[in-house]
Write a protein that binds this ligand. Structure first.
Ligand code: SF4
Ligand code: FES
Length: 252
């Protein structure tokens, strides 16, 4: 079924162009497989995929399930598969996709709640598992403790990894996540590196022990697809390799 945007028909603007937006529909409670609904949507140069989906919700079918919040690539909520690749819907302009047909589907490697919305429990559980905070010795902090200073070189060791917004795109792209439901995943491993490499942290041995597991760091076979899809410039594949350097004693 193809429906044309109500906004398009009423709009006085002539700079719009038309695309076909295909939205995956699936409710695990009563559907056996995904189906797709098609909508004709007008867009301009800066229209994002999220805006097109919200137009469908506004004019045609409010029941389309999609998660979003900030609309500025900050909260990590709107990850989905857009024309076959994991991307943030709010950070993907229709014009950059160079296609008259845009297909949106839920992220791979995440259980589907409904339509485009997926469950994040596994991502948050594994993120939490690697202790994503600075760890200090109890007696290290006294009433006289002030700042923990860092040099620019020390900051450089981990700063890109602190840009992670926990969107899950890297886990969605990872082939190992698809085959091992216990794999800790690139997002959590990249965050383990972020804290291990932080000169202020004292939790390295603890974290390395947590990921030294057949479903941990050794399960990664370095496909590198995680790093290709990160919208924040994080390179999880590199973080995993650097982390292995700590585990094998090449770094300290
Ligand atoms: S590393 Fe990148 S792709 Fe993975 S969760 Fe963080 S921001 Fe998203
Ligand atoms: S809505 Fe927040 S990252 Fe897209």
């Amino acid at each position: 079924m193809a429906l044309t945007s109500g906004l398009a028909e009423n709009s006085p603007l002539s700079s719009f162009q038309l695309i076909t937006l295909r939205i995956a529909r699936y409710n695990p409670e009563h559907d056996s497989a995904k189906t797709f609904m098609e909508f004709q949507i007008q867009y301009e140069k800066w229209t994002t995929v999220l805006e097109a989906i919200l137009e469908v919700k506004k004019y045609f079918d409010h029941s389309v399930a999609v998660r979003y919040s900030c609309r500025q690539a900050t909260c990590g909520s709107c990850g989905m598969i857009i024309n076959g690749k994991p991307r943030l819907a709010c950070f993907t302009k229709i014009s950059e996709l160079n296609s008259n047909i845009i297909t949106v589907e839920p992220m791979n490697n995440f259980p589907i709640i409904r339509d485009l919305a997926v469950k994040f429990e596994r991502l948050f559980d594994t993120h939490h598992k690697i202790k994503p905070y600075l760890i200090h010795d109890d007696n290290e902090i006294t009433k006289d403790t002030k700042e923990f200073l860092q040099s620019p070189e020390e900051l450089e060791q981990y700063i890109q990894f602190s840009n992670c917004i926990k969107c899950g795109l890297c886990n969605s792209a990872c082939p190992t996540m698809a085959t091992d439901s216990s794999f800790v995943g690139p997002q959590a491993l990249a965050q383990a590196y972020r804290y291990v490499a932080d000169s202020r942290d004292k939790g390295k041995d603890n974290r390395l022990k947590i990921i030294d597991d057949s479903h941990g760091i050794w399960r990664c076979h370095f496909a590198g697809s995680c790093s290709q899809v990160c919208p924040k410039g994080v390179d999880p594949a590199m973080g995993i390799q650097l982390l292995r350097g700590y585990m094998l004693g090449f770094r300290s």
